[in-house]
Ligand binder design. Structure first.
Ligand SMILES: Cc1cc2nc3c(=O)[nH]c(=O)nc-3n(C[C@H](O)[C@H](O)[C@H](O)COP(=O)(O)O)c2cc1C
Ligand code: SF4
Ligand code: SF4
Length: 269
């Protein structure tokens, strides 16, 4: 069983590759949060968690899901994989702590550096086309080797890139970031550019965007559900959505050709 969260598609791609290789069930955390979060693993079934790094931490929706989940994890191989744009700091340490609080433990942990999705703060923008290509090619190779280790149920593997000053990143910068800057308040839509296609609303993993009946423009609910995954910003075909001033920061969304943008992920089969 693989539980995953993804905003702009990087982690979805990795989780889908894992599900294909292991033949195990793939479950999207925001959809699971609508149910009772009770699960039963079959004999020998692995338990996997895949999520992006947000502010050098696991996203809050993932941490909340672990708090709520009830599962017969004892005796089952467990692993966690995070995708990031640069480095993960102490993200996996925090994830293990969260698992421990529920009597679980990841036997091996992995990180994959993939194209950058964060653009909100000054100094952050999407990668160049060349960088995207390079990162996707390296991530594909790295993921293949992680999949082999996971299939063989290797324990004690910590193939992660913490980067420099991981404690400072997670505990001095990341914690306030996650506390104060995960918010939908700064989103704005440019009415002159918007073509009312609803792709932003459909891409939101938590259903935090609706279309105003009169203007047919999207609006954000401001109800605390936003994960700041930026799927809405990146998916807009007219770059009509801004977060503070992100007009020149580019867009990125990883999706295979022929798939449609969807809040509910496409099946991998
Ligand atoms: C709110 C937010 C915070 C992020 N924080 C980090 C970070 O701390 N370190 C990092 O390397 N990348 C960070 N990123 C980049 C993403 O982790 C990376 O692009 C990831 O692969 C996106 O996954 P997704 O496409 O499945 O949503 C952040 C992205 C967002 C949207
Ligand atoms: S409103 Fe945008 S940033 Fe917030 S959860 Fe939805 S898609 Fe992600
Ligand atoms: S995706 Fe962009 S163009 Fe489409 S409705 Fe949303 S803001 Fe408007």
């Amino acid at each position: 069983m693989i539980f995953y969260f993804s905003g702009t598609g990087n982690t979805r791609w990795a989780a889908q590759q894992l599900a294909q290789a292991t033949g195990e069930r793939l479950l999207f955390i925001p959809e699971e949060m609508k149910g009772n979060c009770h699960y039963v693993l079959e004999e020998n079934e692995r338990l996997g968690f895949c999520f992006p790094t947000h502010g050098w931490m696991p996203p809050k929706i993932v941490r909340n899901f672990i708090s709520r989940m009830v599962i017969n994890a004892e005796g089952h191989y467990c692993y966690a994989l995070t995708t990031c744009g640069d480095d993960i700091g102490q993200c996996m340490r925090e994830f293990q702590k969260k698992l421990h609080s529920k009597g679980m433990h990841a036997d091996s942990v992995f990180s994959l550096t993939m194209p950058e999705s964060y653009v909100c703060l000054p100094g952050f923008k999407t990668d160049s086309k060349e960088m995207v290509k390079r990162k996707l090619s390296k991530a594909s190779e790295d993921l293949k080797s992680f999949i082999e280790l996971i299939k063989e149920r290797h324990t004690g593997k910590e193939l992660i890139f913490k980067g420099t000053l991981p404690y400072i990143k997670t505990y001095i910068l990341g914690m306030p970031f996650n506390r104060w800057l995960i918010t939908d308040k700064p989103f704005k839509v440019d009415a002159e550019l918007c073509i009312h296609c609803m792709k932003c609303a459909n891409a939101c993993p938590v259903g935090n965007i609706s279309m105003d009946r009169e203007s047919v423009l999207p609006y954000w609910h401001h109800d605390g559900s936003c994960t700041n995954c930026l799927a809405c910003y990146h998916v807009c075909p007219k770059h009509a959505i801004n977060y503070w001033d992100t007009r020149k920061k580019g867009q990125y969304y990883y999706i295979k050709k022929k798939e449609k943008y969807s809040r509910i992920p496409q099946s991998f089969s």
